[in-house]
Write a protein that binds this ligand. Sequence first.
Ligand code: IDP
Ligand code: MG
Length: 136
Amino acid sequence: MERTLCIIKPDAVKKKVQGSIIQMILDAGFKILGMKMLHLSKKQAQKFYEVHKERPFYNDLVDFMTSGPVVTIALEKDNAVTDYRYLIGATDPAEAKEGTVRKMFANSKQENAVHGSDSVENGKIEVGFFFAESEL
Ligand code: IDP
Ligand code: MG
Protein backbone atom coordinates (compact mmCIF):
# COMPACT_ATOMS: atom_id res chain seq x y z
CA MET A 1 0.00 0.00 0.00
CA GLU A 2 1.23 3.49 -0.84
CA ARG A 3 0.61 6.73 1.00
CA THR A 4 0.08 10.19 -0.40
CA LEU A 5 -0.73 13.57 1.10
CA CYS A 6 -3.72 15.66 0.09
CA ILE A 7 -4.00 19.28 1.16
CA ILE A 8 -7.31 20.96 0.42
CA LYS A 9 -6.01 24.48 -0.17
CA PRO A 10 -7.45 27.77 1.19
CA ASP A 11 -9.33 28.60 -2.04
CA ALA A 12 -11.34 25.35 -1.85
CA VAL A 13 -12.05 25.69 1.89
CA LYS A 14 -13.26 29.29 1.29
CA LYS A 15 -15.61 27.99 -1.42
CA LYS A 16 -16.91 25.29 0.97
CA VAL A 17 -16.11 22.48 -1.46
CA GLN A 18 -13.93 20.46 0.94
CA GLY A 19 -16.80 18.02 1.49
CA SER A 20 -17.22 17.44 -2.26
CA ILE A 21 -13.47 16.90 -2.69
CA ILE A 22 -13.32 14.42 0.21
CA GLN A 23 -16.26 12.52 -1.33
CA MET A 24 -14.45 12.32 -4.70
CA ILE A 25 -11.37 10.93 -2.92
CA LEU A 26 -13.45 8.31 -1.08
CA ASP A 27 -15.37 7.37 -4.24
CA ALA A 28 -12.03 6.80 -5.99
CA GLY A 29 -11.21 4.11 -3.44
CA PHE A 30 -8.75 5.87 -1.13
CA LYS A 31 -8.66 5.14 2.58
CA ILE A 32 -8.39 8.21 4.81
CA LEU A 33 -5.79 7.42 7.49
CA GLY A 34 -5.85 10.86 9.11
CA MET A 35 -7.36 14.30 8.53
CA LYS A 36 -6.68 17.70 10.13
CA MET A 37 -8.00 21.20 9.53
CA LEU A 38 -5.40 23.82 10.34
CA HIS A 39 -4.15 27.27 9.45
CA LEU A 40 -0.55 26.92 8.26
CA SER A 41 2.05 29.27 9.71
CA LYS A 42 4.38 31.05 7.31
CA LYS A 43 7.24 28.86 8.56
CA GLN A 44 5.29 25.64 7.95
CA ALA A 45 4.30 26.69 4.41
CA GLN A 46 7.87 27.80 3.60
CA LYS A 47 9.24 24.46 4.83
CA PHE A 48 6.58 22.36 3.08
CA TYR A 49 7.29 24.04 -0.28
CA GLU A 50 11.06 24.36 0.25
CA VAL A 51 11.80 22.51 -3.03
CA HIS A 52 10.22 25.46 -4.87
CA LYS A 53 12.10 28.19 -3.01
CA GLU A 54 14.04 29.34 -6.07
CA ARG A 55 10.90 29.49 -8.24
CA PRO A 56 9.35 32.90 -9.03
CA PHE A 57 5.98 31.85 -7.57
CA TYR A 58 7.37 30.73 -4.17
CA ASN A 59 6.56 33.81 -2.06
CA ASP A 60 3.08 34.17 -3.56
CA LEU A 61 2.49 30.46 -2.97
CA VAL A 62 3.45 30.76 0.71
CA ASP A 63 1.17 33.81 1.11
CA PHE A 64 -1.70 31.95 -0.57
CA MET A 65 -1.23 28.77 1.49
CA THR A 66 -1.33 30.80 4.72
CA SER A 67 -4.32 32.95 3.64
CA GLY A 68 -6.88 30.71 5.36
CA PRO A 69 -7.42 27.24 6.79
CA VAL A 70 -6.51 24.07 4.90
CA VAL A 71 -7.44 20.42 5.36
CA THR A 72 -4.53 17.95 5.35
CA ILE A 73 -5.42 14.33 4.62
CA ALA A 74 -3.20 11.26 4.80
CA LEU A 75 -4.36 8.82 2.11
CA GLU A 76 -3.63 5.15 1.49
CA LYS A 77 -4.31 2.96 -1.54
CA ASP A 78 -2.51 0.67 -3.99
CA ASN A 79 -0.78 3.01 -6.43
CA ALA A 80 -1.94 5.98 -4.30
CA VAL A 81 0.50 8.58 -5.66
CA THR A 82 -0.29 8.08 -9.35
CA ASP A 83 -4.00 7.44 -8.84
CA TYR A 84 -4.45 10.54 -6.68
CA ARG A 85 -2.59 12.75 -9.15
CA TYR A 86 -4.85 11.38 -11.89
CA LEU A 87 -7.90 12.24 -9.75
CA ILE A 88 -6.77 15.84 -9.13
CA GLY A 89 -5.62 16.62 -12.69
CA ALA A 90 -2.96 18.97 -14.06
CA THR A 91 -1.48 21.80 -11.95
CA ASP A 92 -3.10 24.41 -14.20
CA PRO A 93 -6.88 23.91 -14.30
CA ALA A 94 -6.87 25.14 -17.91
CA GLU A 95 -4.99 21.93 -18.73
CA ALA A 96 -6.84 19.60 -16.34
CA LYS A 97 -9.15 16.93 -17.77
CA GLU A 98 -12.95 17.02 -17.31
CA GLY A 99 -14.05 15.41 -14.07
CA THR A 100 -10.79 16.07 -12.21
CA VAL A 101 -10.78 17.93 -8.90
CA ARG A 102 -8.79 20.86 -10.29
CA LYS A 103 -10.95 21.15 -13.42
CA MET A 104 -14.04 21.27 -11.21
CA PHE A 105 -12.84 23.45 -8.35
CA ALA A 106 -9.56 25.31 -9.08
CA ASN A 107 -9.51 29.09 -9.66
CA SER A 108 -6.08 29.32 -11.29
CA LYS A 109 -2.67 27.67 -11.56
CA GLN A 110 -1.84 28.99 -8.07
CA GLU A 111 -5.26 28.63 -6.44
CA ASN A 112 -5.66 25.08 -7.65
CA ALA A 113 -7.79 23.57 -4.87
CA VAL A 114 -5.54 20.69 -3.80
CA HIS A 115 -1.99 19.50 -3.25
CA GLY A 116 -0.78 16.02 -4.16
CA SER A 117 2.55 14.31 -3.50
CA ASP A 118 4.65 13.79 -6.63
CA SER A 119 6.45 10.51 -5.79
CA VAL A 120 6.13 7.49 -3.53
CA GLU A 121 9.05 8.73 -1.44
CA ASN A 122 7.58 12.23 -1.09
CA GLY A 123 4.19 10.72 -0.24
CA LYS A 124 5.74 9.16 2.85
CA ILE A 125 7.72 12.29 3.75
CA GLU A 126 4.74 14.64 3.29
CA VAL A 127 2.35 12.46 5.32
CA GLY A 128 5.02 12.57 8.05
CA PHE A 129 5.14 16.38 7.81
CA PHE A 130 1.60 16.60 9.22
CA PHE A 131 0.98 13.28 11.00
CA ALA A 132 2.88 11.30 13.61
CA GLU A 133 2.80 7.56 12.87
CA SER A 134 0.90 7.08 16.16
CA GLU A 135 -1.97 9.24 14.81
CA LEU A 136 -2.55 7.12 11.69
P1 IDP B 1 1.67 20.39 -8.27
O1 IDP B 1 0.92 20.95 -7.08
O2 IDP B 1 0.73 20.01 -9.38
O3 IDP B 1 2.61 19.27 -7.89
P2 IDP B 1 4.05 22.07 -8.48
O4 IDP B 1 4.76 22.37 -9.76
O5 IDP B 1 4.68 21.15 -7.51
O6 IDP B 1 2.57 21.58 -8.87
O7 IDP B 1 3.78 23.48 -7.78
C1 IDP B 1 3.34 23.56 -6.44
C2 IDP B 1 2.22 24.57 -6.37
O8 IDP B 1 2.75 25.86 -6.68
C3 IDP B 1 1.07 24.37 -7.37
O9 IDP B 1 0.13 23.43 -6.94
C4 IDP B 1 0.50 25.77 -7.46
O10 IDP B 1 -0.32 26.08 -6.31
C5 IDP B 1 1.76 26.61 -7.37
N1 IDP B 1 2.30 26.92 -8.72
C6 IDP B 1 3.00 26.09 -9.53
N2 IDP B 1 3.34 26.69 -10.68
C7 IDP B 1 2.84 27.94 -10.59
C8 IDP B 1 2.86 29.08 -11.49
O11 IDP B 1 3.43 29.04 -12.59
N3 IDP B 1 2.23 30.21 -11.04
C9 IDP B 1 1.63 30.29 -9.80
N4 IDP B 1 1.60 29.26 -8.95
C10 IDP B 1 2.19 28.10 -9.34
MG1 MG C 1 4.31 19.29 -6.70
